[in-house]
Design a protein around this ligand. Structure first.
Ligand code: HEM
Length: 366
């Protein structure tokens, strides 16, 4: 614990002189006899600055999380601290979402008064927002060509270099993939979980087929045929979990990101999350999904705000505005593989029983 080194003054400690002197509305700078200062530009600046301050805190926490995951072996105690930091990011995202409501107290007409003064600046140039995206796992190469142009093309040389350099460091997604691949319990001491799980799936699907064939007297032959075809589709989906060729095909088509081993081990964590050793890994995965979901919610919410302010006008950064933002919300997901794992969850009663020797390893057994 640090000891006090002398009196501290509130305003000096927080550097309020600098902070509160950093709002410089352009409408004030260029005010003349026809156009005066626009009252709401102050709000516009402050909300963006508040965002950037919170982005700084998110990056501070994200950097610490990356250091933890960048180890060969991650002690349990450090994972608890990861959950605490991820949860903080979630709370901050809640605040960021709420701030859009404050900004929307500015009407589109009020925004129009100073909007043209901002061209060509826009959120495209928020380097911290891009840093968060890249550190989470959204690479510029995963973007559609036109989006990549917007992603990097509006930045000055040094910001662009900073972000492209950042892409050579491992992202949270990559590090979590490595961590998941190292989960030991699924293939040890003569216990081959995936063989057992596949047997359960086969029996579940067999039951489904029998229900369609025997219990659907009210169904027409055509309806029965459609249901059986849908069931074949489900079988193919399950096959993609175990069959390497199908998995690689999905990766190639950008429908899957994580390695097959990481996906299977993440599924194991989700299925057996009640086992003591898996409780914390399960929380890590779900909190990362929450953060991904919050980002997507923010993107849609921000797209709606842009539509409310601009209609179908283009953005100050030159994109199609609302349309671009909606597409970015649809396309930019980090942990989508974890969401899709729900496809493969099965009822607890049909889960393979874990042998006692493995169970002991999964619990705080003394
Ligand atoms: C009046 C309020 C706002 C409007 C009308 C608006 C509009 C837009 C538009 C149209 C774009 C697309 C780029 C362009 O062509 O300009 C954009 C991008 C962006 N804006 Fe806003 N925005 C507003 C407020 C905010 C705020 C408060 C933030 C918080 C930092 C923000 C962050 C971003 C980010 C990060 C992007 C890039 C998104 C991406 O490429 O996925 N915007 N905004």
């Amino acid at each position: 614990m640090h000891k006090n080194r002398g009196p501290v003054y509130y305003g000096d400690y927080l550097q309020l002189d600098k902070l509160l002197d950093s709002q410089l509305p352009l409408s004030k700078k260029y005010a003349d006899s026809t156009n005066g200062e626009c009252h709401d530009e102050m709000l516009f600046i402050l909300v963006h600055q508040a965002y950037e301050l919170w982005f700084k805190q998110i990056l501070h926490d994200l950097n610490a999380i990356l250091v933890t995951f960048n180890q060969e072996y991650i002690p349990e105690s450090e994972l608890s601290s990861v959950i605490q930091k991820l949860s903080r990011i979630k709370k901050i995202q809640g605040l960021l979402l709420g701030q859009l409501e404050v900004l929307e107290t500015m009407t589109p007409m009020d925004f129009l008064e100073f909007r043209d003064l901002l061209i060509p600046a826009s959120g495209f140039q928020s380097v911290q927002f891009r840093e968060i995206e890249i550190k989470l796992g959204l690479s510029t190469n995963d973007r559609q060509h036109v989006d990549r142009e917007f992603f990097l093309g509006r930045l000055n040389e040094s910001d662009r270099k900073k972000l492209t350099d950042l892409e050579s460091s491992p992202s949270l997604l990559k590090l979590v993939e490595g961590w998941l691949e190292r989960v030991p319990y699924t293939n040890m001491d003569n216990f081959h979980f995936w063989e057992e799980y596949q047997k359960s799936i086969a029996s579940l699907l067999q039951d489904d087929e029998e229900i369609i064939l025997n219990n659907s007297a009210h169904l027409t032959e055509l309806a029965k045929k459609i249901q059986l075809e849908n069931l074949e589709g489900t079988k193919t989906t399950f096959k993609s979990l175990f069959d390497e060729t199908s998995h690689l095909e999905l990766v190639k088509n950008k429908q899957r990101t994580l390695s097959q081993k990481a996906i299977l081990n993440a599924l194991f964590i989700m299925l057996y999350r009640d086992e003591s050793m898996l409780t914390i890994p399960f929380q890590v995965l779900t909190t990362m999904m929450d953060i991904d979901e919050n980002f997507t919610t923010w993107r849609y919410r921000h797209a709606l705000m842009a539509q409310r302010m601009l209609g179908t006008k283009i953005g100050t950064g030159g994109s199609s505005g609302h349309q671009y933002l909606k597409r970015a919300a649809d396309n930019n997901r980090v942990f989508v593989d974890l969401f899709n794992l729900s496809t493969f969850l099965i009822p607890r009663s049909r889960l393979p029983v874990i042998p006692t020797n493995i169970r002991k390893k999964l619990s705080f057994y003394v």
